[in-house]
Design a protein around this ligand. Structure first.
Ligand code: PLP
Length: 362
């Protein structure tokens, strides 16, 4: 037996912690922004039939270019997107990693506005890309002025704008995206992991024509209720897709993944049926917590960031002891709660109400 500190690890990984949201088997899991509504039965049956057919062919490698799935993803996004503009991998985390392998790396930098998705700095260190972290203002909202000034100051190679932003929920306006694109000459990624939950704003895929450095990253893990399958995707100029082909592992998307995702996309209406209810639960949770004296930040996603906890760590543990898992992201006074089913929302409301003002546990 040896330990990590005895190994000749790459310098930029020394002292790093792996991604590690708890995976407890509790009745109410509202900590990683999954869609907690069950899949419709008719979709389960069609996916199972598609998988059974695909299993017969697994003696062969899968379609390396996953043409059928790319056509299905292009059809799902609409706006005239063509299959050659689509790319996919095992979760949008893998898509983001491939982008950094192609456009980041030693001597290059990735910039984002924090607090944001905790994987960005980990993906940077994994690809030996320098990480530049620009703090958001108190309301977490980005403006064209703020973004333009940050890009002029730091001149990054790659920028990620997350909209709606995880973990704050903050929506992302298109004038911010346009200002960022014009403020530097590198790769601009808009991470739209939660886009389907934002009823107010159009996807940034509508901005793609004429902007070959704009990449829109999406996932089937959240609104699409498909986190366990691992399917993230990207819409961009076909030349960007050619660049990602240089770094992807051959046959990175298994035949089973391709079959399951293609089948699910045939039922996108049914797969997204819970989205409106999740939004309603989010708004109900926000209204109740506001009434209890907490500060709830504006959210365009399926979760809310809530401030006003006197000891977030203690509240997190008190809820965990009641079988409810939420997320403590070490933002002072704050916890993040995913919107679930009506019953899950009732449970988290009852538990926080019971804890008393400020989530006091004493
Ligand atoms: C959940 C999430 C992702 C990615 O998830 P995958 O399951 O890897 O597709 C990407 N970005 C943000 C901001 C997320 O919250």
């Amino acid at each position: 037996m040896t330990s990590l500190s005895d190994l000749p690890l790459r310098a930029n990984l020394v002292g790093k912690q792996p991604y590690g949201a708890p995976q407890d088997a509790v009745p109410v899991s509202l900590n990683v922004n999954e869609n907690t509504h069950p899949l419709p039965d008719e979709v389960v049956a069609d996916i199972a039939a598609s998988l059974a057919a695909a299993v017969r062919g697994v003696n062969r490698y899968p379609d390396r270019e996953f043409g059928e799935l790319r056509a299905a993803l292009a059809g799902y996004l609409g706006h005239g997107l063509q299959p050659e503009q689509l790319w996919a991998a095992n979760g949008s985390n893998e898509v983001l990693q491939q982008i950094l392998q192609a456009f980041g790396g030693p001597g290059r930098s990735l910039l984002s506005f924090t607090p944001s998705y905790s994987m960005y700095p980990l993906l940077a260190s994994g690809t030996d890309t320098a990480w530049i972290d620009v703090p958001r203002p108190a309301d977490y909202a980005l403006t064209p002025e703020l973004v333009t000034a940050a890009l002029a100051e730091h001149r990054p190679d790659v920028v990620i704008l997350c909209g709606p932003n995880n973990p704050t929920g903050t929506p992302l306006d298109r004038e911010v995206i346009l200002a960022a694109y014009d403020a530097f000459d590198g790769i601009l990624i808009v991470d739209e992991a939660y886009q389907e939950f934002d009823a107010e704003r159009e996807s940034a895929v509508t901005l793609l024509p004429g902007r070959h450095r704009l990449l829109v990253s999406r996932t089937m893990s959240k609104a699409f209720a498909f986190a366990g399958v691992r399917l993230g995707y990207l819409a961009a100029d076909p030349a960007i897709v050619d660049a990602l082909r240089l770094v992807r592992l051959p046959y990175h998307l298994s035949a089973l993944t391709q079959a399951a995702a293609t089948a699910a996309l045939r039922h996108s209406g049914a797969m997204l049926r819970a989205v409106a209810d999740i939004r309603d639960q989010r708004d109900r949770l926000a209204a109740v917590l506001t009434g209890l004296g907490y500060t709830v930040h504006e959210s365009g996603a399926n979760f809310i960031l809530v401030g006003g906890f006197s000891d977030p760590g203690a509240t997190f543990e008190a809820l965990r002891a009641r079988g409810i898992l939420i997320r403590n992201l070490s933002i002072p006074g704050h916890l993040r709660i995913t919107a679930g089913t009506a019953a899950e929302t009732d449970a988290v409301i009852a538990a926080i109400t019971e804890l008393g003002p400020g989530g006091a546990t004493a």
